[in-house]
Design a protein around this ligand. Structure first.
Ligand SMILES: Nc1ncnc2c1ncn2[C@@H]1O[C@H](COP(=O)(O)OP(=O)(O)OP(=O)(O)O)[C@@H](O)[C@H]1O
Ligand SMILES: [Mg+2]
Length: 619
């Protein structure tokens, strides 16, 4: 595209007096095609141009980038943008270049020639660049600091913008240690204004950011977190016949809209995307277990609409800047409201109506709680992290559970979590709780019954002592625990997951169980049909997965309670998805159902003694 003439007449750009609102709006129109500034954009721009530090809190999709892109066009010198992700930088530089604005980014992915050209330009001081995007790691290097000081001494460094600034705070949900190194910037370059931008910063994070960066008398701008164009809904896995079918129908019913589905685990992403693809939905998995090439192909295909749905872990994070995402689903409950807000906020960045649907499952809830407690314990053992951060992550998670289990306005709950008090009328029925309160209340009642039944079973489901020899407790094989922990500092930070590999391959006892399982469902179908209940099919692959998780949770709790090393526990436990799914069935079925099933079984069923292991106490 032909380069546009200099953004502003030299005279205006080099004048000491910051340009007025009309001039800035003219730049917005001419270079970005927008007619007016959004809330807080103009104030942030004018603070930057007048040399004042600014902390700017704007919702996801609120237009934070404009707050440093306009000053780059309105003032002599270069705007340095510090960004946590190369993908984010690439994205923005590409968009700016398409608009004829001279921008570059420095990172390991750039060719040495490009890197050299940029460094030469910085050194010689004849700048054509208006914006330079860099990572916090590069800014912290002495060599680059020296370059910045030289630029500054020539009056060519007009602003330093720090995007996703919440990463500097360990209280935030995306802490990046590299961001801590930015706290020397103010000392090194005291009269260069700092513009700190984020979409999610609870009051504690905001305070931490301002102190860590040493902002001087900063202008604090807080736009509302509200995303009026997003409809919020919670669906309950435990009272839904089959979550996958429900999710498939949801996506199908929306047509071929661009969507994201977030899952906790890589394996869930793989299974779910395979399931959806098998049923004709164009989708792909995206997680840190894929190599870079696969990940960038998936991202390219999704950005260019060759793929409709991405099924991703939290690795599909910041920097995904597709404007027309119409649906963001959470297949598992996120670990905090901040994560949920960021992820669901990827919907509707073009301000058109979009949806956030969260599938809430009691198992997921317990599992996430276990992970946060466990991760915290791990961190505590290996470092001096106070248990305050463990308490905080559990408190953050509790907010997420309250959001799911509450019957009040979802929007109100989200905004309150970020310290924003709003009236219920703000929502205008753009969440399920306001739109259909009776349905949400009924679902919560059903969920309540389900979980209290389950609680009774779980509390009585006592892991027998190790000595208790039973049908399921005499495995000799060693279990290998593969713990997949991913460094939290890279941009594929994912929830820590511990995976226990199935020990059994096609053992005859398993076949017996599976045959019994199928016979049971075959017997029960006519009765269920007569009772007008939906037909229960034999355990599906994903359900097996869920049952496996349940079993691993139960084992881990046994480990916690009994102190028996999990490996020893596993040695006795027959571990396989068939067993786990039966455990799951056993733990949620009535005594009568179990008796019916046991009666239907061939006489091979193990001796009554072993049956007692898993029979829940009378409900
Ligand atoms: N004044 C404006 N008028 C209309 N659209 C705007 C305006 N400012 C920004 N936008 C558009 O809003 C979208 C989101 O902008 P931007 O990427 O800067 O948001 P953000 O606040 O950085 O979001 P996130 O928190 O997700 O990073 C972009 O498509 C951008 O072009
Ligand atoms: Mg942004």
């Amino acid at each position: 595209m032909k380069k546009l003439p200099l953004p502003l007449k030299e005279a205006v750009r080099s004048s000491k007096k910051p340009p007025g609102k009309e001039v800035l709006e003219e730049l917005l129109r001419r270079h970005f095609g927008h007619s007016h500034f959004r809330t807080k954009q103009l104030e942030a721009i004018q603070a930057a141009l007048s040399g004042r530090d600014c902390f700017c809190l704007m919702p996801t999709g609120g237009g934070k980038s404009m707050c440093y892109q306009i000053p780059a066009l309105a003032k002599v010198g270069i705007v340095l943008v510090i960004s946590p992700l190369i993908a984010l930088m690439e994205n923005q530089v590409k968009t700016l270049k398409q608009k004829g604005i001279s921008a570059e980014y420095l990172s390991s992915t750039q060719t040495p020639q490009v890197r050299e050209k940029i460094h030469d330009e910085l050194d010689c001081g004849k700048l054509s660049l208006r914006l330079l995007y860099v990572t916090p790691e590069l800014v912290a290097t002495p060599g680059f600091k020296a370059k910045l000081s030289k630029l500054h001494s020539r009056g060519l460094l007009s602003l330093i913008a720090i995007d996703e600034v919440h990463c500097i705070s360990s209280w935030g949900h995306d802490f990046r240690p590299a961001y801590r190194k930015l706290s020397s910037l103010k000392n090194d370059l005291p009269d260069v204004p700092l513009l700190a931008l984020t979409a999610t910063a609870a009051p504690k994070v905001e305070k931490d950011v301002i102190e860590s960066l040493g902002l001087r008398n900063p202008l604090i701008l807080r736009a509302s977190f509200n995303r009026p164009n997003i409809f919020y809904e919670v669906r309950y896995k435990d009272i839904t016949d089959d979550t996958n079918t429900d999710l498939f129908n949801l996506i199908k019913s929306r047509g071929s809209v661009c969507s994201i589905i977030y899952c906790h685990e890589r394996s869930t992403c793989d299974d779910l995307s395979a399931h959806l693809r098998k049923n004709g939905i164009s989708c792909a998995a995206y997680h840190a277990g894929l190599n870079n090439k696969t990940r960038s192909n998936v991202l390219d295909d999704w950005i260019s609409s060759r793929t409709q749905v991405v099924v991703a872990t939290v690795a599909f994070g910041m920097g995904i800047d597709r404007k027309d995402v119409r649906l963001v689903c959470h297949y598992n409950i996120p670990k905090s409201m901040e994560s949920f807000y960021q992820e669901s906020g990827r919907a509707g960045r073009d301000n058109f109506s979009s949806e956030s649907v969260l599938y809430y499952g009691l198992d997921d809830c317990r599992r996430m709680e276990f992970i946060l407690r466990n991760a915290g314990a791990k961190r505590q053992k290996s470092s001096t992290v106070s248990d305050a951060s463990v308490k905080k992550s559990l408190a953050d998670f509790t907010q997420m559970v309250e959001y799911c289990e509450g019957s009040g306005c979802r929007r109100k709950k989200i905004l309150e979590c970020f310290g924003e008090q709003v009236s219920g009328s703000l929502c205008r029925k753009t969440c399920d709780a306001c739109k259909d309160p009776c349905n949400v209340a009924a679902s919560l009642r059903k969920l309540g019954h389900f979980s209290s039944n389950r609680q009774r079973v779980d509390s009585s489901m006592d892991f027998p002592s190790v000595a208790h020899e039973t049908e399921f407790w005499n495995r000799e094989e060693e279990e290998d625990l593969s713990e997949e922990s991913i460094s939290v500092s890279d941009d594929e930070a994912e929830v820590v997951n511990i995976r226990i590999k199935p020990t059994m391959q096609g053992d005859s006892r398993m076949e017996l169980l599976q045959r019994a399982e199928e016979r049971y469902y075959a017997n029960s179908c006519p009765k269920r049909k007569a009772a007008g209940l939906s037909e229960k099919k034999a355990i599906s692959g994903t359900l097996r997965e869920a049952a496996k998780q349940r079993m691993s949770n139960a084992l881990k709790q046994a480990h916690e309670r009994l102190g028996i090393p999990i490996v020893r526990l596993l040695r006795q436990v027959f571990y396989n998805s068939q067993v786990a799914s039966t455990v799951r069935w056993l733990s949620s079925s009535s005594h009568e159902q179990i008796d019916v099933r046991l009666g239907a079984l061939s006489p091979l069923w193990p001796s009554p003694k072993s049956r007692m292991i898993f029979l829940p106490s009378p409900l």
